[in-house]
Design a protein around this ligand. Structure first.
Ligand SMILES: [Zn+2]
Ligand SMILES: [Zn+2]
Length: 338
């Protein structure tokens, strides 16, 4: 029987261990993917630490998958082997529950999560439902495409659904794994793009990514600076700090939106400030496979690329620690070619 190497977690809070397993067969409605690269995301801690109830172990984490279809299971119209594809956090949906019938596929009651409810991309092969698969431009290198499946998708899809129009002032709070992509997307979408982060040293990075204005939130009051510029139509909050969000929200224009993609624990906000200016605070959920497909195509056409640190699969444990340290610039990616 043909075998593959995967990196699995055998119990909650267990270590990432490399093991050899049989290559799985795709079932009804599934495809098998030869994985080329897989990004390491902070949400992989859910699998590693057992933060969701009901995860079955051993489990292979990884929801920033880039690879090639090598076998198509029965009952999968529209896909064929040899196609370059990606799989993200949304691990597929049923298509017939009430949420799916309303078009809210992300909220599917039978929805799956890649690398959480089934084995993900920390390995040489994986099997995924066809509804989870996004077509990927073949010219996009797998190590660059992988982080676009989560960090890229989340910021791209949030911004394009934010209500901001070309020319509007859009600020991106935080210049990390999500933010460094968010600034690029905002600039390429034609927004007047402001980067906000802590420290003067981030300014050149923000400008290199396409921000026309940089606000150092340590040296300046970011809300006051945004108001001097006329106020932001949208502030995309990628930082995971409620205090950092509280410090910028006063920079919103009337009818402006603080759009949250950073998983902060809590946020204090003035209802009077919201209602007097018709402002809103909104969360954004990332996206499904077709949103990933749009993210990849847009990134390929416009040159949006993640900044990455690349590790071979066998160093997954070290790579995961690097991601958790918060010191990576900016996304850590596993490559299957050793
Ligand atoms: Zn993720
Ligand atoms: Zn459904």
């Amino acid at each position: 029987m043909a075998t593959m190497r995967v990196v699995q977690v055998s119990r909650p809070q267990g270590s990432l261990e490399i093991v050899v397993r049989p290559i799985p067969e795709p079932g009804q409605g599934e495809v098998r993917i030869k994985v080329q690269a897989c990004g390491i995301c902070h949400s992989d801690a859910i699998t590693k630490e057992g933060l969701f109830p009901g995860i079955w172990y051993p489990r292979v984490p990884g929801h920033e998958v880039a690879g090639v279809i090598d076998l198509v299971g029965p009952g999968v119209p529209g896909w064929q082997s040899g196609q370059h594809v990606g799989v993200g956090w949304n691990g597929g949906y049923c298509g017939y529950c009430d949420h799916c019938r309303r078009g809210d596929f992300f909220a599917c009651v039978r929805g799956q999560t890649t690398g959480v409810t089934y084995d993900g991309g920390y390995g040489e092969y994986m099997v995924a439902p066809a509804s989870a698969v996004a077509l990927m431009p073949a010219e996009l290198p797998a190590v660059e495409a992988a982080p676009l499946m989560c960090a890229g998708l989340t910021t791209f899809n949030a911004l394009r659904n934010s209500g901001a129009r070309p020319g509007d002032l859009v600020a991106v709070l935080g210049l990390g794994g999500l933010g460094h992509l968010g600034v690029q997307y905002a600039a390429k979408m034609g927004f007047h793009t402001v980067g906000i982060a802590r420290g003067k040293d981030k300014e050149s990075l923000a400008r290199q990514l396409g921000a026309s204005i940089y606000i150092d939130s340590q040296a300046q009051d970011p809300a006051a600076e945004l108001q001097k510029l006329g106020g932001a139509k949208v502030i995309l909050a990628t930082a995971t700090s409620g205090d950092a969000m509280k410090a910028v929200i006063g920079g919103l224009l009337t009818s402006g939106t603080l759009l949250i993609v950073g998983a902060a624990e809590s946020l204090e906000v003035s209802p009077i400030f919201l209602l007097m200016g018709n402002r809103s605070v909104k969360g954004w959920y990332s996206g499904t496979s077709i949103d990933s497909q749009d993210t990849l195509a847009f990134s390929q056409r416009t040159g949006v690329r993640p900044m990455t640190e690349i590790y071979p699969l066998e160093r997954a444990s070290e790579a995961y620690e690097r991601m958790m340290s918060g010191k990576a610039r900016f996304r850590v990616v596993l490559t299957m070619e050793s």
